[in-house]
Design a binder for this molecule. Structure first.
Ligand SMILES: [Zn+2]
Length: 69
C-alpha cells in the first residue's frame, strides 16, 4: 500500500492539469464533490466545485464510505 508520504512530483506541486493523470474513484451525491486518485502515486484528492485538496484516508472514509481505494 502506498503511504501518504510517497507522492509524486506532480502531486507535490498540487492539483493541476493534466487531469488525465487522475482517475475518478467516487462521487459524493450531496456535494457534488469528487474523489480522484492519482494514477502515478495513488494519492487521493477531494475535489469540490471551487478547489481541491489532498484527502486523508480518514476523510475519504467519512466522505465516501462506499469508495474502494
Ligand atoms: Zn501523484
Amino acid at each position: 500500500m502506498i503511504t501518504s508520504r510517497e507522492i509524486c512530483a506532480q502531486c507535490t506541486v498540487g492539483y493541476h492539469a493534466p487531469f488525465d493523470r487522475f482517475e475518478q474513484v467516487a462521487v459524493h451525491r450531496n456535494g457534488p464533490t469528487f474523489l480522484y486518485k492519482c494514477k502515478t502515486c495513488g494519492s487521493l484528492w477531494h475535489e469540490t466545485l471551487r478547489d481541491a485538496k489532498r484527502a486523508t484516508p480518514e476523510e475519504v472514509a467519512a466522505l465516501y464510505p462506499g469508495a474502494s481505494v
